[in-house]
Write a protein that binds this ligand. Sequence first.
Ligand code: CA
Length: 272
Amino acid sequence: MPQHPPSTCANPRNPDNPSGTVSGLNYKYYQSIAGNNWCDATGLASQSTTSTGNVANFSLAPKQRESDFGFEYTGFIDIPAEGNYTFYLNSDDESRLYIGIQQVVAHAGCHGTLPNGQEPSGQICLKAGKHALKVLFSQGGGGYGLEVQWQGPNIGKQTIANDRLSRAAGGGCTPPAAPSLSASPTSINAGQSSTLSASGCGGTVAWSTGQTGNSITVSPAQTTTYTATCSESGCVSGNGNVTITVNGGGGGCATGNFNGHLDYVDCANFGG
Ligand SMILES: [Ca+2]
């Protein structure tokens, strides 16, 4: 008789075991969601993607802004041995994890992240092999973050290592290089403006200000670092960055949290 390992849990899911996978996850990046409700990541599916590509793990790095964005990550998780696996999500704002079409765990709604040990979790019985995996994530305002962990037979609770993740080949793309950013001038007085330029991008440059194009004009009130990505054929680069230094003086320097009264402020010397 052939020897099989004993089943350690009921109705284990059969693996999908796709052929032709490569490392990483495919992602779809969104800047719109059904009903403009960023507290329900299931509303991403009906929307058009802003970009697609691939990442080594559940990374938010391809985001093009800090608020009102979402990701769908798809790929496969390599299960080393049959048994019960627990998946944990900790996110700001919502996240959901699916194996095949089954939702295993959700950190539903808009909220901050939770202390270690208080994350929502869900369990699923899996046979060894590669199982289809999907994670949805949506961020409204404020802080953001996403952590996906697992625990299984002989695997302590931990983030899922890159080499456990794979994706369908050809569904993703190779991100272009980050654009090279420059500013002219790099140092201004408050109230003046500077022209930011990007080079080395064959596609669309998207700035942290929300603007697009190879060149934009900015008038920061205080020293500011600007970032920009390059998007080519739906694949988004990492961030390039450039800093504009704003000198004191010239008016317009008194911003921030000071609520008292000053008779005279020399902005060149007053540092908060
Ligand atoms: Ca948030």
